[in-house]
Design a protein. Structure first.
Length: 335
């Protein structure tokens, strides 16, 4: 049996598992992704694959052989990055592998909100075919302005899809070069406020950090157009959910399509779930069959690279590389 053990904390597509097997990796599937279940498995593990599972300092302290944490996706918020770096453990993610799927989910949520698809479906099933047809307004998207917050892999694809629907696109992304926006044929909003006041649909595509946490709160929601739609397929904590619920309940916003939440799974008594103008999905925007295969193969590639002494393509904590190198090559001591 190979000495290179990989613990998989949460299920991944079989293509990724097969790739690990073919590369000579011994795979152990965890029964559950909680620390109590994972810690016993990490004693001899040299790699760990997680999706959304937490990786704590305590876990890392009890994983003396661990070299790499492969993140199935992009977000690393559940990982104690400082602890990983302190222990010389590389954290490598898979940016772009699910970008198409998540962008499509944003557009799907936009249609569901604009045409009120879940509500129409429910009313028809309840037996009142014409109650929706004659009483519920709907939005035609062509000619509307689609505002993109964050112009990374997913935001770019969502913008292209919106343009294909005949929508005008404006972007707020301070780090995106002007040339990239020009090449995509989209406009730039100089500030978030400028985007919020112009857009009929606002689609959020940013990661979660101290700068973006609750970046769209009560004041920002109040600046949005009456009847506008808000989409979030990025990170739940970027939108103040209580403020959003109040804005939707008051009728200021026309609807919201949400795939991510501050707490997942979201509580069943969450005020957003009581609103007919909210469409939710269980953080499955990137979970198409094709996307899951791509992501699993990408995370497996990160593990295989480390097993072969190769630095993975997308290391999130490069300081861990220096720590690992120093540990492997301690300075010579002159007698």
């Amino acid at each position: 049996m190979t000495d290179f053990i990989c613990v998989i904390a949460q299920p991944i597509h079989p293509d990724g598992v097969d790739s690990l097997h073919q590369g000579g990796i011994h795979v152990i599937d965890a029964q559950a992704p909680d620390p109590q279940s994972l810690i016993p498995l990490l004693a001899d593990a040299r790699s760990l694959i997680v999706r959304s599972a937490a990786v704590t300092r305590e876990m890392l302290a009890q994983a003396p052989r661990l070299e790499v944490i492969g993140v199935h996706g992009v977000g690393v918020n559940a990982i104690d990055m400082a602890a990983a770096t302190d222990h010389g453990v590389i954290v490598a993610n898979t940016p772009g592998s699910n970008a198409q799927a998540v962008a499509e989910q944003a557009i799907a949520l936009m249609f569901a909100c604009a045409r009120r698809v879940p509500l129409a479906d429910r009313i028809v099933r309840e037996g009142d075919f014409f109650a929706f047809k004659y009483n519920e307004p709907m939005i035609e998207l062509a000619g509307q302005t689609f505002g993109v917050v964050g112009f990374g892999n997913i935001g770019r694809r969502a913008a292209a899809m919106a343009k294909g629907l005949g929508m005008r696109v404006v972007v707020f992304s301070p780090n995106a070069p002007d040339a990239d926006l020009a090449a995509a044929g989209v406009g730039r909003a100089p500030t978030l406020d400028a985007l919020l006041t112009r857009a009929d649909v606002v689609s959020v595509h940013v990661g979660l950090n101290d700068r973006t946490r609750n970046m769209i709160g009560r004041e920002e929601l109040a600046r949005m157009k009456p009847g506008a739609l808000l989409l979030n397929t990025g990170r739940g904590g970027t939108v103040d959910e209580m403020a959003l619920a109040k804005s939707l309940a008051s009728g200021h916003l026309g609807g919201a399509g949400l795939d991510v939440f501050a707490v997942e799974p979201m509580p069943y008594d969450h005020p957003l779930l009581a609103l007919d103008n909210v469409v939710v999905s269980p953080h499955n925007g990137g979970s198409t069959a094709a996307s899951m295969s791509r992501t699993a193969l990408a995370v497996a590639r990160n593990i295989l690279d480390v097993s072969r002494g190769v630095t993975p393509a997308h290391v999130v904590n490069p300081d861990a590389l220096a720590a690992t190198s120093a540990a492997s090559n301690p300075p010579k001591v002159t007698p």
